[in-house]
Design a protein around this ligand. Structure first.
Ligand code: HEM
Length: 128
């Protein structure tokens, strides 16, 4: 029902883990994204697991450990162009498909991620 969080409706911690594990190999293989991510992706995966848990309405794991997400500010050190935002969303779309997040929760997750990704853009297309 409408009081169930996205987090619960997709299957909780197990599904969020699967999503993160499906997403980062694609990021690391993407020519536009690979150069701005560290080689050791494990710490990023862990932070994203904590963040997406709370983003989907689960327990506030990211904030408990790192404080307010302030995601746009935390992304400012990295040149995020419109095409990098598009690339990020493509990897996420494929990851959502791979772990079979479908239906209404998929629609809600997708629209929120599209907005967040566009919000993260901090560089025009040609300066990097
Ligand atoms: C961290 C890239 C969008 C959530 C990072 C890092 C990079 C990055 C390079 C830092 C990795 C490091 O620690 O060295 C991008 C790009 C995006 C994007 C290119 C394209 C728009 C998003 C979106 C979300 C998100 C839409 C969430 C909805 C996070 C989180 C972290 C992170 C939670 C860890 C922050 C921390 O340091 O605590 N991202 N990101 N990112 N990103 Fe993104």
């Amino acid at each position: 029902n409408s009081f169930t969080s996205i987090y619960e409706s997709i299957g909780g911690a197990t599904k969020v883990r699967q999503l993160v594990e499906a997403f980062y190999p694609r990021v690391q293989a993407h020519p536009l994204l690979k150069p701005i991510f560290p080689d050791d992706i494990q710490p990023v995966m862990e932070k994203q697991y904590l963040f997406l848990t709370q983003f989907f309405g689960g327990p506030p794991l990211y904030t408990e450990k790192y404080g307010h997400p302030m995601l746009r500010a935390r992304h400012l050190p990295f040149p995020i162009t419109p095409s990098r935002a598009q690339a990020w969303l493509e990897c996420m779309h494929q990851a959502l498909d791979e772990v079979e997040i479908v239906g209404e929760p998929r629609e809600q997750i997708w629209s929120r991620l599209v907005m967040s990704a566009h919000h993260m853009v901090n560089q025009p297309e040609k300066t990097d």
